[in-house]
Design a protein around this ligand. Structure first.
Ligand SMILES: *Cc1c(COP(=O)(O)O)cnc(C)c1O
Length: 385
């Protein structure tokens, strides 16, 4: 079936993405995608969507290795179906698996946009390199996302804060149990509508300060967005939930003093007039939201410092009455305020237990830029062609 997507011109990423994306050896930035649509598209169901439960009718997929050769080939958008894998597929045994998470929005003007896709494409490239997978050229990553989002545009929710969540993923598909980088991969993109994260209010969460397990060690996978990092984080989060906390605060693996991340989000703390976030030194995931928040705070003239900070400094600030806010940042929730930090000797309440001033303001500002309700002076939004 011919669709607009198979014949439409791809404009390629904006200039800003060319600057920030890694160099790739591909002359052809466009992606000639084979499109096979379902006979009757379903469209977004009414009612609650939640997060990560509802998916659309189609999937983007392309392959590397096998009969098509050692290059990305056979880009296609096809009806949603199960993946077929050899039980010996490398991803199932040795966890060669990476992913991204970004969102598409219907703007206040009715236009479809994604948020900073070139930063996600660049990070996906680096994640692939870190675990010896063939990187997807950033232009192809963006073209794949654009084409799938355009085909599924009827699924993009219009309610403020709601969005189409986009999950690009790469897995090793070669059926071989030897320990070496696999020789066959699949890159796929799935998308699904999600509700505004704070449909039931912008409530602060309690966070357990994890003293036993660690998320990432220096030299490890911490800065790559791998499935393996998430597997490593599950047990501590489960223990925390049993104790009544929403997530854990991760400390560094070496000295168990420096704060690194909060759950699967980047960490920010406001002490007195300074906002602090830990620097990207290998164990922390370089969040796109983190980068955006830093830019927004600096634009406001706030003292925004990237430096290491110990949990003791945070306790001392609490004792001195200067600990004003703590929040996490990430694509799914944008900003998540922290109301209390839990220790073996009890909770340390942050501020008055209500969401902090900056947490709310930054959340609202980013959501407004995403829908272009406020000017996008940083060039963060990308028009989906
Ligand atoms: C994805 C992720 C984040 C947030 O990154 P964003 O680009 O802001 O969504 C933070 N920490 C971890 C561990 C992550 O996997």
């Amino acid at each position: 079936m011919q669709t607009e997507a198979t014949t439409s011109r791809h404009d390629g990423p904006a200039d800003s993405s060319r600057r920030s994306a890694p160099r790739v050896e591909t002359a052809d930035a466009s992606l000639s995608v084979d499109v096979k649509l379902v006979p009757s598209p379903r469209g977004c169901p009414p009612g609650k969507l939640g997060f990560g439960r509802v998916f659309t009718d189609h999937i983007f997929q392309m392959d590397w290795g096998g009969e098509g050769g050692q290059k990305w080939h056979a880009p296609r958008i096809v009806p949603w179906s199960q993946l077929s894998l050899e039980p010996s597929a490398a991803v199932l045994h040795y966890a060669q698996s990476i992913f991204e998470g970004l969102k598409a929005f219907r703007g206040a003007d009715g236009k479809l946009r994604t948020f900073r896709p070139e930063r996600h494409a660049a990070r996906f490239y680096r994640s692939a390199e870190r675990i010896c997978m063939p990187p997807v050229p950033p232009e192809q990553f963006i073209a794949a996302v654009d084409k799938l989002v355009r085909i599924e545009e009827a699924w993009v929710p219009t309610a403020p804060g709601a969005s189409l969540y986009i999950r690009p993923t790469m897995i090793a598909t070669e059926g071989f149990l030897g320990v070496r980088p696999a020789q066959a991969y699949t890159f796929f993109v799935i998308v699904g509508p999600v509700d505004a994260y704070y449909a039931e209010g912008f409530g602060p969460v309690r966070i357990w300060v994890e003293q036993t397990q660690v998320r990432a060690a220096p030299g490890g996978l911490g800065e790559a967005k791998t499935g393996a990092n998430y597997a490593a984080s599950l047990q501590a989060a489960e223990f925390a939930k049993k104790k009544g906390y929403a997530q854990v605060l991760w400390l560094d693996a070496v000295e168990r003093r420096y704060v690194e991340e909060v759950g699967t989000m980047n960490f920010f703390v406001r002490i007195g007039d300074e906002v602090i976030t830990p620097p990207l030194e290998g164990t922390i995931l370089p969040g796109v939201t983190r980068e955006s928040i830093i830019a927004l705070l600096r634009e406001r003239g706030v003292t925004m410092t990237e430096r290491r900070i110990t949990i003791d400094e945070i306790r001392a600030a609490h004792a001195a009455g200067t600990l004003r806010e703590v929040f996490g940042t990430g694509t799914a929730a944008v900003v998540s305020p922290v109301g209390a930090l839990g220790f073996a000797d009890g909770d340390l309440q942050i501020g008055d237990g209500q969401p902090g001033e900056f947490a709310r303001l930054l959340h609202d500002e980013i959501v407004a830029i995403q829908r272009l309700e406020t000017p996008d002076r940083f060039g963060w939004t990308h028009d989906v062609p």
